[in-house]
Write a protein that binds this ligand. Structure first.
Ligand code: AMP
Length: 296
C-alpha cells in the first residue's frame, strides 16, 4: 500500500493503478462498517484507493472536530490489511490551502434534517468529496447507507455536475444488538450505550406500522417514538421520500425512515428503507458480479 499526503502525488499514483478503481473516503477511526466498504470495493474492482481525512469544513464550530478520534497508525495498518492499494491521507493545508474559498452547495436537499441540524455540513461534505474525486479519479465511489442523506447529497452532486463516477451504497453494519457502528459510539456512557439500540427498534416499528397498511404517517411515527428509551432524546424521526428527503404526507412505497437521537452531546443517526412494491431497495446498490481483480 502506498501512502501519500498531497493531491498531486495521490493523482499521479492513482493513475498508475488498475481499472476499475474503487474509492472509499473515510475520516478514519476505522470500524467494521468501513471495512465492509473496503471489502466490497476490493471485490468489485481491480484496485482500491481510500482516503483518511477529518474534514474541518463539515464540522460546525461547536462540534467535535478537535476531539474526533484519530489513530493514524492503527488505521494505516487496517487499510493495508484490507486490500487498499493507495491511501491518500492529506493534511488540512493540503486540501484547503490559504485563500481557499470555493464551496459546493447541492441546494434544498442539503438543508433538510442533517443539513438543518448541522448548518453547512453537507456543503463541507460535497466540497471535500468533489476534491477527493478529482484527485483520485476513481471508477466507483463507495458509501455507507448509515449516512443516507450524505449518499443522496453526493449522488445529486455527481448527477448535477456530470461527474464521471458510479456511486455504490453499501448496507449499514450493526452491532449484534442493532446499534449502527459509528466512530462516535466510543463517546457513549454505559446507560446511553444500553439505550442506543432502541433507535433502530424505533425505525423498525415505524416501518412495520407503515407496512401494516392501516396506519397514518403520524400514527406510524408516534408508534416509533414510543419505543425510544431514556436517556436518549429524539431529535427527529420521519418518513421521507428517498430521493428528495421531503417528508411523506401519505403512506407510500418505497420510503425511507430517518432518525436521530441525542445521547448527551452525542448524536446517534440511523435509517431503514421500506422497499418498493416490486421488492427493490430505494437506497442500496445491488452487488455487481465479482470480476477477477486484474492487478494490485
Ligand atoms: P466516516 O469515516 O464516518 O466519514 O465514514 C466513511 C464512510 O463509511 C461513509 O460512507 C459512511 O457512511 C460509512 N460508514 C460509517 N459507518 C458505517 C456503518 N456502520 N455501516 C456501513 N457504512 C458505514
Amino acid at each position: 500500500m502506498q501512502v501519500v499526503r498531497t493531491p498531486d502525488s495521490a493523482r499521479s499514483i492513482a493513475r498508475t493503478l488498475g481499472r476499475p478503481l474503487g474509492f472509499v473516503p473515510t475520516m478514519g477511526a476505522l470500524h467494521a462498517g468501513h471495512l465492509a466498504l473496503l471489502k466490497r470495493a476490493r471485490a468489485e474492482n481491480a484496485a482500491v484507493a481510500a482516503s483518511l481525512f477529518v474534514n474541518p469544513l463539515q464540522f460546525g464550530p461547536a462540534e467535535d472536530f478537535p476531539s474526533y478520534p484519530r489513530d493514524f497508525e492503527r488505521d494505516r495498518a487496517l487499510f493495508a490489511e484490507n486490500g487498499v492499494d493507495l491511501l491518500y491521507a492529506p493534511a488540512v493545508d493540503d486540501v484547503y490551502p490559504a485563500g481557499f474559498s470555493t464551496r459546493v452547495d447541492v441546494g434544498e436537499l442539503g438543508t433538510r434534517y442533517e443539513g438543518a441540524a448541522r448548518w453547512g455540513h453537507f456543503v463541507g461534505v460535497a466540497t471535500v468529496v468533489l476534491k477527493l474525486l478529482h484527485t483520485v479519479e476513481p471508477t466507483t465511489l463507495y458509501l455507507g447507507q448509515k449516512d443516507v442523506q450524505q449518499t443522496a447529497v453526493l449522488a445529486r452532486m455527481v448527477r448535477d455536475l456530470d461527474l464521471v463516477v458510479n456511486v455504490t451504497v453499501c448496507p449499514t453494519v450493526r452491532e449484534a444488538d442493532g446499534l449502527a457502528l459509528s466512530s462516535r459510539n466510543v463517546y457513549l456512557s454505559p446507560a446511553q450505550r444500553s439505550a442506543a439500540p432502541s433507535l433502530r427498534r424505533a425505525l423498525v416499528t415505524v416501518s412495520e406500522a407503515l407496512l401494516s397498511g392501516n396506519m397514518t404517517i403520524a400514527g406510524a411515527i408516534e408508534a416509533g417514538r414510543a419505543v425510544v428509551e431514556p436517556p436518549l432524546q429524539i431529535e427527529y424521526l420521519e418518513i421521507v421520500d428517498p430521493v428528495t428527503f421531503s417528508p411523506l404526507s401519505l403512506p407510500a412505497r418505497p420510503a425511507l425512515i430517518v432518525g436521530v437521537v441525542r445521547a448527551g452531546t452525542t448524536r446517534l443517526i440511523d435509517n431503514i428503507t421500506v422497499p418498493a412494491l416490486d421488492g427493490s431497495d430505494p437506497i442500496l446498490t445491488p452487488e455487481r458480479v465479482v470480476r477477477q481483480a486484474a492487478s494490485r
